[in-house]
Design a protein around this ligand. Structure first.
Ligand SMILES: NC(=O)C1=CN([C@@H]2O[C@H](COP(=O)(O)OP(=O)(O)OC[C@H]3O[C@@H](n4cnc5c(N)ncnc54)[C@H](OP(=O)(O)O)[C@@H]3O)[C@@H](O)[C@H]2O)C=CC1
Ligand SMILES: Nc1nc(=O)c2c([nH]1)NC[C@@H]1CN(c3ccc(C(=O)N[C@@H](CCC(=O)O)C(=O)O)cc3)C=[N+]21
Ligand SMILES: [Mg+2]
Length: 297
């Protein structure tokens, strides 16, 4: 039987609806809209696409979107000065600096300059630390979106074997932390892992966040596994194509024959990332205005 396709796009649309309702309620209580500032340095085409879809989604949810596009040769001092200005701007509840930054800019220094209370990406060490010790803060959007899909599909994750492939600060590590908090038994695999296929074979839940097109094969999966594919990989254009296809880190066509459920690429985790970003921004707005955060968020 073919695996069920986990429709992240539909789930995300529903979440954006709910966030929109909370944003409207926030506006009526606070007398202003919740605001998200997005900073893009340089002209990377993929980053431009993401920033444009974040802007559209922010406005559609009834929030204010402040876009700052800076030239690729922006100095670190100028970028830090902009973040400082946004930190002090009461109309701005959330700040997102699109990564990766051009090589001459230090990602970590820039993330460190964002006020943890406006760090809706959840990348600041303060928020990473809060997640690690179980305090409330901001959780990175992509892993939180993956957890929402897993909770919706599987309910209680207690005792399930979860394997996260990838250990980046923005996806793999926080993903593992959230799975652990949900009482899964968690393994983190990475480029030095010996016999990755055997490690993946144990998993009831596989989260692939590697950045290698269709690396995870059907034969690696346990029958009935739930597969969350975070990877976004652009294949080289085939004959007659202008742009190459977008594929995940999992061989979807093969995995469909073994898994119980799997997220597609596109239409899976990607749309969740943006919806959770809006969710985090409305949460930030409530906290920054001293209002109770609605429980439904
Ligand atoms: N859908 C979405 O919303 C988002 C998608 N992404 C996508 O997710 C993917 C991962 O992103 P990100 O975490 O930022 O990437 P990074 O490049 O920061 O991390 C990749 C991880 O994969 C590991 N890895 C690399 N090669 C192998 C291998 N052959 N076997 C096992 N592990 C390997 C690396 O191991 P090591 O640590 O040893 O180097 C590293 O931990 C990318 O495709 C990215 O585009 C990212 C963010 C959001
Ligand atoms: N500070 C920061 N925060 C981020 O959250 C962040 C970032 N930098 N840099 C880049 C990555 C990547 N990322 C994605 C968001 C949405 C889709 C998404 O919507 N993808 C669509 C397809 C989009 C397309 O067609 O290209 C989908 O999967 O269906 C993908 C990837 C956020 N990131
Ligand atoms: Mg994110």
């Amino acid at each position: 039987m073919a695996a069920e396709r986990i429709d992240g796009k539909a789930f995300a649309a529903n979440l954006r609806e709910r966030v929109g309702a909370m944003a409207a309620e926030f506006e009526s209580k606070a007398g202003r809209k919740a605001g998200l500032a997005v900073v893009l340095v340089g002209e990377d085409p993929a980053s431009q696409v993401y920033v444009r879809s974040k802007h559209k989604a922010t406005v559609a949810a009834g929030m204010e979107s402040f876009e700052h596009r800076l030239p690729a040769d922006t100095s670190e001092a100028d970028l830090l000065a902009l973040v400082e200005q946004l930190n002090g701007d009461d109309a701005v509840d959330g700040i997102l600096v699109q990564l990766p930054l051009p090589d001459h800019l230090d990602d970590q220094a820039v993330i460190a300059s964002i006020s943890p209370d406006k760090d809706v990406d959840g990348f600041h060490v303060t928020n990473a630390g809060r997640l690690a010790v179980g305090q409330s803060g901001f959780v990175p959007c992509t892993p939180l979106g993956c957890m929402m899909l897993l909770a919706d599909r599987l309910g209680d994750l207690s005792g399930l074997e979860a394997v996260v492939i990838g250990r980046s600060n923005i996806v793999g590590k926080p993903m593992a932390q959230l799975l652990l908090d949900a009482n899964a038994t968690v393994t983190i695999a990475h480029s030095r892992t010996k016999d990755l296929p055997a490690v993946v074979k144990r998993a009831d839940i596989v989260v692939a966040a590697v950045g290698r097109a269709e690396m995870v094969k059907a034969e690696w999966l346990k029958e009935g596994a739930t597969v969350i594919d975070v990877g976004i990989n652009r294949l080289p254009p085939a004959d007659g194509e202008e742009k190459g296809r977008l594929v995940g880190d999992v061989d979807y066509a093969g995995a469909e024959g073994v898994a119980a459920a799997i997220t597609p690429v596109p239409g899976g985790v990607g749309p969740m990332t943006i919806a959770v970003l809006l969710r985090n921004t409305v949460v930030a707005a409530h906290r920054n205005a001293g209002l109770d955060v609605p429980e439904t968020l």
